[in-house]
Design a protein around this ligand. Structure first.
Ligand code: ATP
Ligand code: MG
Length: 212
């Protein structure tokens, strides 16, 4: 569901441009004429004190909030209005400041849920698990297992995420976002509440060389 003029972007080219974006909630000016570019393959951080507008910025990028002013250019196409599901299917994935997983489902199933946008066969085909749908599911499971290996969470793959410590929940949430194979991955406070070892692990996963 890419915008008609959206195009593929090569490594090193500008993927996202935020141009003079302003967002206010009533009298509260959360973002005032914010501009920056992100190139494909780059890792960038937004820092600032509580209430500085970090989460608001991510919410604008993935369509949760509509800015009153300014524009977002993603893959060369300008857009003012976009719904979160359009952002997701267009290649923007994210994690949340407060972990947002299906708590009763296993780590494996949560990460598999991240693949749903990539599933081409309809729900009926997926339910009967026959022919092309079965082949597709096998391929998705293979990708999910690769992510589980990469994040070193094989031991907890069958554990309901609600029972996992916070640091591991954050890791599963990263896994679900990675399962979408996004071009742009937005992580909101990926290390908040973690101990030193968990932070070191998370840094390793974030900075690991990517295949794309
Ligand atoms: N949905 C909302 N309705 C009203 N005000 C909001 C809303 N979301 C954010 N704000 C306000 O916008 C400002 C920026 O908040 P935001 O959550 O983006 O900051 P933050 O940098 O992510 O903070 P934190 O470090 O606490 O996560 C704050 O003053 C906040 O109260
Ligand atoms: Mg925040």
């Amino acid at each position: 569901m890419r915008a008609p003029s959206a195009r593929d972007v090569a490594a090193g080219e500008v993927l996202l441009s935020v141009e003079r974006v302003s967002l206010a909630f009533g009298g509260v000016r959360a973002l005032v004429e914010v501009s920056f570019d992100i190139r494909k393959g780059e890792i960038r951080a937004i820092i600032g004190p509580n209430g500085a507008g970090k989460t608001s910025m991510l919410n604008v990028i993935n369509g949760f909030y509509q800015p009153q002013d300014g524009q977002i250019i993603f893959r060369g196409a300008a857009r003012r209005k976009m719904r979160p599901y359009e952002a997701a299917s267009g290649g923007i994935a994210r994690t949340f400041q407060n972990v947002a997983l299906f708590k009763g489902m296993t780590a494996l199933d949560n990460i598999m849920a991240g693949r749903s946008l990539k599933m081409h066969r309809g729900l009926v085909w997926q339910l009967v698990r026959y022919g092309p749908a079965l082949a597709e599911e096998v391929e998705h499971r293979k990708r999910v297992e690769e992510i589980i290996d990469f994040l070193e969470i094989a031991a907890i793959r069958k554990t309901p995420v609600g029972r996992l410590p916070y640091g591991l929940q954050k890791r599963v949430e990263l896994g679900r976002a990675l399962a979408m194979e996004p071009d742009l991955l937005l992580l909101d406070e990926p290390m908040a509440g973690m101990n030193l070892e968990e932070k070191e692990d998370m840094s390793r996963f974030i900075t690991a060389p990517r295949s794309r």
